[in-house]
Ligand binder design. Sequence first.
Ligand code: URP
Ligand code: ZN
Ligand code: ZN
Length: 469
Amino acid sequence: MSSTTRTLIRGGLVITASDETHADVLVEGGRVVALAAHGSSTADGWTADTTIEASGKYVIPGGVDAHTHMEMPFGGTFAADSFESGTRAAAWGGTTTIVDFAIQSPGHSLREGLDAWHAKADGKCAIDYAFHMILSDVNPKTLREMDRLVGEGITSFKLFMAYPGVFYSDDGQILRAMQQASGNGGMIMMHAENGIAIDVLVEQALAGGRTDPRVHGEVRKALLESEATHRAIQLARVAGAPLYVVHVSAQEALAEIVSARDKGLPVFGETCPQYLFLSTDNLAEPDFEGAKYVCSTPLRPKEHQAALWRGLRTNDLQVVSTDHCPFCFSGQKELGRGDFSKIPNGLPGVENRMDLLHQAVVDGHISRRRWIEIACATPARMFGLYGQKGTIAPGADADIVVYDPAAEQVVSAATHHMAVDYSAYEGRRITGRVETVLSRGEVIVDQGEFKGRAGHGAYLARSISQYLN
Ligand code: URP
Ligand code: ZN
Ligand code: ZN
């Protein structure tokens, strides 16, 4: 289908972050051009080359996953999804935009890192994509480059208080990067864990013969997440910069965010499906199976989940992204047999997020509109894509999902499309399923058939966050 054709999505319930409307949606030239009450579109003489019947279905904006790591070099290996396989899997799961992380290698410029990520993604993606930039080497040149990148649409920068010797920045480097961001409109994204203290505990655990995957969760203590979150917030205050804390898993860390937000500070929080649906019980699975669940921040005891759901309801957490960073069990997670610290950190999930969050609607954790808000609209607003992405409104890109809220499915590696040999949600029953996916007006998934192509996805230069004023 060419993007100049007219497509009518008829009879569905259109759900955005703000409204639920029984409406038909007219798409032309890759964009939404109009919405009309059911029945009135034909009465108004709307004609279309293609009509998608959506009676009894939800018509929702394509998901915006603001945290993925395709082909990420990490833990002595590479994340198993390429931009091609990972964006195809995202499309299957109803996500039509990803924001991936380009990486600056120590001793290299931001530009070199960004060019390398463009080379990986260019011509490969099935859906639209953008980049954040990981700063691994904050120095005067890096700081100057940040300004240029913001001007080019890379408007967010991730810093790590964890992983000494890899991505780690010390407090002075963090403060300088925050000061730079406060002047140029960039959003600082923080991996908030005290990596220096964690490394001491890792060394002590291994010396004591504690080598199993579950120890990964024990040494990466909730207190060390909350301490780092607190410190990041204070540094951001000193710099006068906004702060977005990624992959919040501990209720104590969330409490720091709540306290900052109660003071009116521009502090934002993201959590991920793994922290909402999985727990340390998974990390403790026998026969090294727990390695499948090793990620950082780590999974927490089940009790933390209620606090995260509450945070999502009260808007103390604003975004659910996946932190999709898949490593196969065979040959990759296995690198850490006998030493949990060598298990590559990361979980697959880019295909599962929209469904898992719909299940949260079914289970009563969040409303339908909140589902769209945390998975589509707010990530788009937070990272300068809103209007084009994250909603269904005249002028927006026609990134649209027809979602069947009554379909039943069972999540499994046997049927998923991510290039990874296990599912973190194996056997989980989900009510709801993606039926049709449009990306800029083109049908890329249609009733169980992939109709997209590598190279359809376009690079998106982003504006500054709508959360900065
Ligand atoms: O375990 C994780 N989260 N892996 C990806 C890298 C990161 O810290 O986000
Ligand atoms: Zn991280
Ligand atoms: Zn990540």
